[in-house]
Design a protein around this ligand. Structure first.
Ligand code: NDP
Length: 327
């Protein structure tokens, strides 16, 4: 038996409870992982609070990411004692996830825990931070460089945003952080932001083309915010879009694309191919300041995950929450 969160669906309502689960109930997979740390990402918040249909099979153990030690393996790449990180692949949505002491997973989904990180640090980064790195890599593939102008990060006090600010600042960019919590300006400055702006500036419908302000942007927010960011992106610039915290819609025009040659790069972490994942984790080991990572991280016990998920969905969490699963 092991402890884990279990989501059951009744008459439309979802019940989330910390349960003792029989290991025999774990889904098929060729690696059994002893999860040491998991995390609370936006999607975990949605799943635990039933705010959006993230979970597609019931009952479900939530937790889209985890880090820990391999206990059993029939996969050629993994042996007992190896340390591994899991992000995405539908885990916590269609396959039982990592907000539990045990997870049975596919070996092909796992990335070796980088030597630079403890399991706790890997989950402080978690899917949000790994996605922020994928966004930075998308900007770099486009060819933009810090000398080209300012970079904007939206949803800046959130998980993706906090890691993006810290990474871009470390890489030499002048970072502007857009947030609804301007009282957190000192926090964002401590992560490396050079300027902090109110997200209200971006929240409402705007003109198709606006003053050119950004050489590049990372957007975790979508909707009018993304449309306005595109309209403010400089000639030839790029916006990496990964989130929908304001909304899934994109109420803009093609003007930034056809008149300014702006590029909109979509970023997905869930099904990202393995070479890109490994590159992202190597880059995180190189480019993320461990002190800044620690400064953006709070820890909760496994039993506290549902309460913390409610705080996350209410916009009362800054940065990242790691969930201590073992011990
Ligand atoms: P968090 O909850 O940690 O952060 C989201 C942030 O968005 C909030 O902190 C807030 O920042 C801002 N925000 C919230 N509501 C609104 C709103 N109505 N209008 C504008 N801004 C808002 O979530 P994550 O950082 O983990 O995830 C951010 C987004 O990225 C989510 O939509 C998530 O689904 C997506 N995501 C996508 C991935 C992918 O593979 N594409 C992977 C991981 C995440 P502030 O208070 O500073 O304004």
């Amino acid at each position: 038996m092991f402890k884990g969160w279990l989501l059951h669906k009744g008459d439309g309502a979802v019940d989330a409870a910390l349960a003792d689960i029989d290991e025999a109930r774990l889904p098929a997979g060729d690696v059994l992982l002893a999860v040491e740390y998991s995390a609370l990402n936006y999607k975990d918040g949605l799943a635990l609070t039933n705010r959006a249909p993230v979970v597609r099979q019931w009952p479900m153990v939530p937790g889209i990411d985890g880090a820990g030690t391999v206990l059993e393996s029939t996969h050629a790449d993994w042996k007992p004692g190896d340390r591994a990180v899991l992000n995405g692949w539908g885990v916590g949505e269609t396959h039982w996830g990592c907000l539990a002491e045990r997870a049975r997973l596919k070996g092909e989904w796992l990335v070796p825990l980088p030597a630079a990180f403890t399991p706790r640090q890997a989950m402080a980064i978690g899917t949000a931070g790994y996605t922020a790195m994928l966004c930075v890599m998308a900007l770099e593939r486009h060819g933009v460089q810090p000398g080209d102008g300012d970079v904007l990060v939206t949803g800046a006090t959130g998980g993706v945003g906090s890691v993006a600010v810290a990474l871009l600042a470390r890489l030499g960019w002048r970072v502007t952080a857009a947030t609804g919590r301007t009282a957190e300006a000192d926090y964002l400055t401590s992560l490396g932001a050079a300027a902090v702006v109110d997200r209200a500036e971006f929240a409402m419908p705007g003109k198709p083309l606006q003053k050119e302000r950004w050489a590049a942007a990372i957007d975790a927010v979508g909707s009018h915010t993304l449309a306005n960011v595109l309209a403010q992106t400089r000639y030839g610039g790029i916006v990496a879009a990964c989130g929908l915290a304001q909304g899934m819609d994109l109420p803009g025009t093609v003007a930034p694309f056809i008149l300014r040659g702006v590029t909109l790069a979509g970023v997905d972490s869930v099904m990202a191919p393995m070479p890109r994942r490994r590159e992202a984790w190597q880059r995180l080991a190189r480019d993320l300041d461990p002190a800044r990572l620690e400064a953006m991280t709070a820890e909760v016990a496994l039993a506290e995950a549902a309460d913390a998920a409610r705080r996350l969905m209410d916009g009362r969490v800054r940065g990242r929450i790691v969930v201590r699963v073992a011990g």
